[in-house]
Design a protein around this ligand. Structure first.
Ligand code: NAD
Length: 427
C-alpha cells in the first residue's frame, strides 16, 4: 500500500468503520490505477462537514434536541448532490462515507455533480407528521448556508420521502424570498418534481439485473430473484422484474421475509403490504428470517435495505450467481473479494442504484429550464445513461480482469482526477 503510506494520515472524527470502508475502497483503486498521491490524499476526506443541533418542539410541548449532519465530499464537477436520511445509526462517519460514494457515483454516471450526504440521528417511525415537519424545517434552516441549486441539492434517502423534500424546498424558498424548486430533487410532481423519479432507483436496479444476466450468459428463460428490503428501491425492483417475466422467489422487510420457490405474486404482495404494513404472513409463502433470506437459492440476489448485510460471517452461505446492490454499501470489502473468487458477478452500488441520482439530475435540469418531460422520455433517457455506464464498467472488467466495483470506481475517479488536474489548485 505504498501510495497510502506515502500520504499524511490525519485522524478525523469521521473515521468510523463505515467511513474507513469507503476510504479503503479508494485506497485500493488509487494504488491499482497509479493515482497521484497528492490527489489521493485530497480525496480521502470530505471537503466540508457541518454538524448541527436541531431543537424541536414535540407534540407534548417538551423540546428535544437532535443531531444533524451535512457533508460535501467533493464539488469539482458541479454542485454537491446527495440524499438525507433519518435513522438512529446516522453519524458523521456514515454520512461522510456515503458522501464519498456519491462523488464516485455522479462521476461514473457522467453527471455534473459532486458528492454529498446528510442525515439526522433519530427514530423517524416514532415521530408524528408534525414533529417530522418541524425537525425537517429546523434542520434545513441550520444547514441553509450550504444549500442552493448551484451549491448543494438534497434528495430523499432512508426514511425520507417526497414530503420531506417539499418541506426542505419550502423552508429554503421562504428564507431566500422566492420559490426555488431546484434546491431539492425527489419532490412531488405538483411542485416541480419529475415523472419517473420515485421509481427511478428500482428501475435502474432492474435494468442492471437484466444486463448482468446477459453479461454472465445465463440462458434460463425465467431467472429467479431474491430481494432484501421491500421499500422504495426493493419493491419497485421486484415489481419491474416480475413484470419482465423473472421469478421473484423471496422478499423481506425489517420484520422478516417470505419465500415461494414457484414465484411470489408481487402486485398482490404490494397490496398485502399496504394493508398489513409488512410482508410477513403473506399467504402461499413460507416465512423466513432476513438471515435465511440471504441464503436462499436464486440466480440474482438484490440487497436493497441496509449497509453491510453481506459480510465475512455469511458470505460463504450465499447461494446465487449474481448480486446487484440496490442498497448503498451492502457488501463488506472482504465479502466482495470472496464473492469474486467464488465466481459471483457483483454489480456495485455506485452503478446499480445510480438510477435515482440520474433522474434527480433530470429533475434539476427540467426545473432550471422550466420545461418538463413525459415519463416515457425520462425512462428512455435513464436507460441510455444506465446502459452506457454498464457498457463501460463491464467492458473494463472484461479487459482488465478488475472486479466490476473496482472498474466502476476507476472510471469515476479517473474522470474526477482529470477535472481536478485541469482546474488546478487554488491559489
Ligand atoms: P426505504 O426506507 O423505502 O425501504 C427500506 C426497506 O428496507 C424497507 O422495506 C425496510 O422494512 C427494509 N429494512 C429496514 N431494515 C431492514 C433490515 N434490518 N433487514 C431487512 N430489511 C430491512 O428505503 P429505500 O429508499 O428503498 O432505500 C434502501 C437502500 O437503497 C438504502 O441503502 C438507500 O441508501 C439506498 N438507495 C436509495 C435510493 C432511493 O432513491 N431511494 C437511491 C440510491 C440508494
Amino acid at each position: 500500500m505504498a501510495a497510502v503510506e506515502s500520504v499524511a494520515k490525519p485522524t478525523m472524527e469521521c473515521e468510523t468503520q463505515h467511513f474507513l470502508m469507503a476510504q479503503r475502497q479508494l485506497d485500493e483503486i488509487a494504488l491499482e490505477m497509479g493515482l497521484d498521491p497528492e490527489l489521493h490524499e485530497r480525496l480521502r476526506y470530505p471537503k466540508r462537514s457541518l454538524i448541527v443541533t436541531i431543537p424541536v418542539r414535540m407534540d407534548d410541548g417538551t423540546v428535544h434536541s437532535y443531531t444533524g449532519y451535512r457533508v460535501q465530499h467533493d464539488v469539482t464537477l458541479g454542485p454537491a448532490k446527495g440524499g438525507v436520511r433519518y435513522h438512529p445509526d446516522v453519524n458523521l462517519g456514515e454520512v461522510s462515507g456515503l458522501a464519498m460514494l456519491m462523488t464516485w457515483k455522479c462521476a461514473l454516471m457522467g453527471l455534473p455533480y459532486g458528492g454529498a450526504k446528510g442525515g439526522i440521528r433519530c427514530q423517524p417511525w416514532k415521530l408524528s407528521a408534525g414533529e417530522l415537519e418541524r425537525l425537517t424545517r429546523r434542520y434545513t434552516s441550520e444547514i441553509i448556508n450550504l444549500l442552493g441549486p448551484d451549491k448543494d441539492i438534497p434528495a430523499p434517502d432512508m426514511y425520507t420521502n417526497e414530503q420531506t423534500m417539499a418541506w426542505i424546498m419550502d423552508t429554503y424558498s421562504i428564507n431566500v424570498g422566492h420559490t426555488v424548486p431546484s434546491v431539492v430533487t425527489g419532490k412531488p410532481v405538483s411542485i416541480g418534481g419529475s415523472y419517473g423519479r420515485q421509481e427511478a432507483t428500482g428501475r435502474g436496479v432492474a435494468f442492471c439485473v437484466r444486463r448482468a444476466v446477459a453479461q454472465v450468459g445465463m440462458e434460463k428463460p425465467t431467472p429467479t430473484v431474491v430481494v432484501q428490503g421491500f421499500g422504495n428501491v426493493g419493491a419497485v425492483t421486484a415489481r419491474l422484474l416480475h413484470d419482465a417475466g423473472y421469478k421473484v422467489v423471496g422478499v423481506s422487510d425489517v420484520h422478516g421475509g417470505v419465500y415461494n420457490p414457484s414465484g411470489l405474486d408481487i402486485p398482490r404482495l404490494q397490496a398485502y403490504l399496504s394493508e398489513m404494513g409488512k410482508v410477513g404472513g403473506f399467504p402461499h409463502a413460507d416465512q423466513v428470517t432476513n438471515a435465511e433470506l440471504l441464503q436462499l437459492k436464486c440466480d440474482v440476489l438484490v440487497p436493497a435495505a441496509l449497509a453491510n448485510q453481506i459480510h465475512e460471517g455469511n458470505v460463504g452461505t450465499l447461494n446465487c450467481r449474481i448480486v446487484v446492490e440496490g442498497a448503498n454499501g451492502p457488501t463488506s470489502p472482504e465479502a466482495d473479494l470472496q464473492l469474486h473468487e467464488a465466481g459471483v458477478f457483483v454489480v456495485p452500488d455506485i452503478l446499480a442504484n445510480a438510477g435515482g441520482v440520474t433522474v434527480s439530475y433530470f429533475e434539476w435540469v427540467q426545473g432550471l429550464m422550466h420545461l418538463f418531460w413525459s415519463e416515457d422520455e425520462v425512462n428512455d433517457r435513464l436507460e441510455q445513461i444506465m446502459g452506457r455506464a454498464c457498457d463501460q464498467v463491464f467492458e473494463m472488467s472484461a479487459r482488465t480482469r478488475l472486479r466490476p466495483r473496482m472498474s466502476a470506481l476507476r472510471i469515476g475517479i479517473a474522470r474526477l482526477a482529470e477535472a481536478k488536474r485541469l482546474r488546478g489548485l487554488y491559489p
